[in-house]
Design a protein around this ligand. Structure first.
Ligand code: CP
Length: 309
């Protein structure tokens, strides 16, 4: 019997199993080989129509999903809130139902409200993929991040990963915590106490406020962006102070007695959470993460399409 994804939507890493994640990885391995061939396209999703519905800005996720869909020969419609009838007061359900009335099979959605994708999945008849819902989850980012660690270090299980920065406002942090732990990695979060949620230890993560100690502990450091657009109060005195205490620069890396892998989900604020000499160094796998986004998203789309019978 062929292996199947356990869910008909991808709303969050919390809902899926280790087997699901490993199935995505195996499927992505095949797609990665295909997209590195001269003929990059396969007919797997011919006659499947996918709507990319983005209520928030995106560069990587949106382009990566669109490229993944094109490589799989799907038909695509793109929707962005700024150029749609949402600005005239249309609700989320009405907007999506109108798109679905045009015979759309899957919806990839980014929305500023946590839970928006779950709400949609309960109310519409299509497979929903969460491309980031507010401060909640960003499941395909976590999958591509874990896939990139596996590619670089051979496996994720047993590795120590520190997630540094604005954990409170980060959907990438929560999805990464679930994904890495399901794969058997140890996870630490590091940042100013104002940007670390209270009781986060209950998720089974370590908490550290000293970046040098966190870097000494880890095999991998995932540097997150300060999400100014989600902060309504000041969480630290200045970006300069944040960068001195929690930004990663070459001097801090040189003080370590070992090599670590550096990651960042993007977009990068160069000079704030990471300096250019580190972001562009041989320790960084930031562009591998972006490249792996296409193969892993192809895998997710392919596996979810297989559930639509
Ligand atoms: N990593 C990420 O989600 O980037 P975008 O906001 O550009 O999609």
């Amino acid at each position: 019997m062929s292996k199947q994804f356990s869910q008909s939507h991808l709303l969050g890493i919390k809902d899926i199993t280790r087997k699901d994640i490993e199935l995505v990885f195996e499927t992505a391995d095949n797609f990665k080989a295909i997209i590195n061939r001269p003929i990059k396209k396969v007919p797997s999703l011919r006659d499947v129509t996918i709507a990319n519905v983005f209520f928030e800005n995106s560069t990587r996720t949106r382009i990566s999903f669109e490229l993944a869909q094109k490589r799989l020969s799907a038909d695509i419609v793109n929707f962005s809130a700024s150029s749609s009838s949402v600005s005239k007061g249309e609700t989320l359900i009405d907007t999506v139902n109108n798109i679905l009335a045009m015979k759309v099979d899957m919806v990839v959605m980014r929305h500023p409200a946590p839970g928006a994708c779950m709400f949609l999945a309960k109310h519409v008849k299509a497979s929903i993929i969460n491309a980031g819902d507010g401060t909640h989850e960003h499941p395909t980012q976590a999958i591509l991040d874990a896939y990139s660690i596996r590619e670089k270090l051979k496996e994720v299980g047993g590795k120590k990963v520190v997630i540094v920065g604005d954990i409170t406002h980060s959907r990438v942090a929560l999805s990464n915590i679930y994904c890495l732990q399901k794969l058997g990695a140890e996870v630490m979060v590091c940042g100013p106490s104002t940007l670390i949620p209270k009781h986060i230890e209950t998720l089974g993560v370590k908490v550290e406020h000293d970046l040098m100690k966190a870097l000494q502990w880890c095999d991998v450091a995932n540097m997150l962006r300060i999400q100014m657009e989600r902060q309504d109060i000041k969480y630290f005195p200045s970006l300069r102070e944040y960068s001195m205490l929690f930004g990663l620069d070459k001097a801090k890396l040189d003080r370590l007695n070992k090599e670590i892998v550096i990651m960042h989900p993007g977009p990068i604020n160069r000079g704030v959470e990471i300096t250019s000499d580190v972001a562009d160094s041989k320790h960084s796998i930031i562009l591998d993460q972006v490249e792996n986004g296409v193969a892993t998203r192809m895998a997710v789309l392919y596996l979810l399409a297989g559930k639509q019978d």
